[in-house]
Design a protein around this ligand. Structure first.
Ligand code: URA
Length: 191
């Protein structure tokens, strides 16, 4: 992937056949947001809506993610949103080890090119495949490191839709991210 800029990388992904997920995709799903982002959010992989629209996190979980981002006093000009795998796993199952391994070089290059101040991992799948760690319940809320970039693991917004009581934990995790960015959560208005 070395030498590829984001546009060429996206082009490469759109024709990728490195694992069998390409067979059932409508299209690949690369990213949304800005290449100048301070924060990169990493999810699992496209769902039905994302596969249809070609953009990550545009379904119900994505709407909640956008509300979380707004609550952090951030907007689309501050964030870059992408996934572990770029093609939809059939039936929204979790990506398999081989699929994630085949796709990981794309994500690694995305992160290298964006060069964010902080990475937020959404749920167990990115925690496992980006950092090789299991156990989101134990890890969430605790700073980790990816190639010198601080990483905050937290719950996936789809999980929050099922278990809204966990929103409080996630808000605590996101407040830590805000503080790292120099934002004072107590002084953010309009939440
Ligand atoms: N869930 C994810 O993990 N990623 C998306 O893009 C959409 C839903």
């Amino acid at each position: 992937m070395e030498g590829l800029d984001l546009a060429s990388l996206e082009q490469r992904v759109s024709g990728c056949r490195k694992c069998s997920l390409w067979e059932k995709r409508t299209q690949s799903v690369f990213a949304r947001g800005t290449a100048a982002a301070q924060v990169v959010f990493v999810g699992e992989g496209p769902g039905f809506e994302e596969d249809q629209q070609g953009l990550p996190f545009v379904g119900e979980a994505g709407q909640l993610l956008d509300r979380m981002i707004a609550a952090m006093d951030l907007g689309s000009e501050d964030v870059y949103i992408c996934n572990i795998v770029k093609c939809r796993p059939p039936g929204n199952r979790n990506p398999e080890e081989a699929e994630a391994a085949a796709c990981l070089p794309y994500l690694e290059r995305q992160i290298e090119l964006v060069g964010p101040k902080v990475i937020v991992l959404l749920g167990a799948v990115p925690l496992r495949f980006l950092l090789g760690k299991s156990g989101i319940t134990r890890s969430r809320g605790n700073w980790l490191d990816y190639k010198g970039i601080p990483v905050m693991p937290t719950y996936h917004p789809a999980y929050l839709l099922r278990v809204p009581q966990k929103k409080r934990d996630v808000w605590g995790d996101l407040q830590q991210v805000m503080r790292l960015l120099g934002k004072d959560p107590a002084h953010v208005v309009g939440r």
